[in-house]
Write a protein that binds this ligand. Sequence first.
Ligand code: HEM
Length: 281
Amino acid sequence: MSKAPPHRPRSRKLPLPLPPIPPKLLPPPPPPGTQRGRPHTPLEHAAEGGKSAVDWVDERTSLSGAARWLMFRKVPKGTNWFYTLGSATMFAFLSQAVTGVFLAMYYRPDAAGGAYESIRYISTSVFLGNFVRGMHRWGATVMVVLVFLHMARTFVFGAYKYPRELNWVIGVVLLILTMVMGFTGYLLPFDERSYWATIVGVNINGTGPIIGPYLSDFLRGGPEFNATTLPRFYAIHMLVVPGLIAALIGAHLYLVTKLGTTAPPWLKAKVDTPELVEEAV
Ligand code: HEM
């Protein structure tokens, strides 16, 4: 006689507990002899004012729930320094955005000599100009190196697999956009080297199948390099691509928060829910 299959409980969604508030953020107990909520010193008054301002905003927006969801997440055992490469890339991008804003205050995308002159002025006359320009130049290299290291980490740890394929695809677009930033930024100093290197780069783009010639025409603003090429590169470099990168980083982080990060491949997950273990028939 065949044995009846063992009864299996129907799968149900387990309510996950809210991530705990770290003890450091919990209010300390009131000192003996004082009443909670009554500030005494000017510092306590200032702290109380800050708290009520945050409460006022939170009551109207409920943003604290979103902040807790984003920041106080469970991370898998074995999480290590390699997991910081994504955040490091993000900080490199933020640093590029901040230094770029300062450079944009002085830069002129004028192909008739103004661009070269404005860069010379930034490097020689503006207070900390050379320093900020150096940060932006080296920051670009740092961001490219970090984005590749971060991609290597997610590849080696198998983080591209189900259910994170979409985050991998967003990552690939972010990688391409990071390279576009480097390419469009290289022309901006408008010296001999940047001019000829960009001509080579645009010509290489033109050799791509089907869209190649259209792409190089679009980048040049016509069949030849002309006065609109530099402003076009500048607009792509400081408006279009950073906007796209910022939006895609938002989507990337949303998915990281929603799906959690992948455990290192050398750690096997412990099963502590026996009802979910496949029984041998
Ligand atoms: C501007 C570029 C990028 C930024 C700012 C960025 C940022 C981040 C951050 C902060 C995380 C979470 C922490 C971590 O695992 O490091 C993450 C995770 C992830 N990123 Fe990126 N990323 C970028 C580019 C890329 C690229 C190029 C790829 C791959 C092609 C990629 C694929 C992934 C994947 C699959 C995860 C999930 C990792 C996991 O589940 O363990 N990202 N990213």
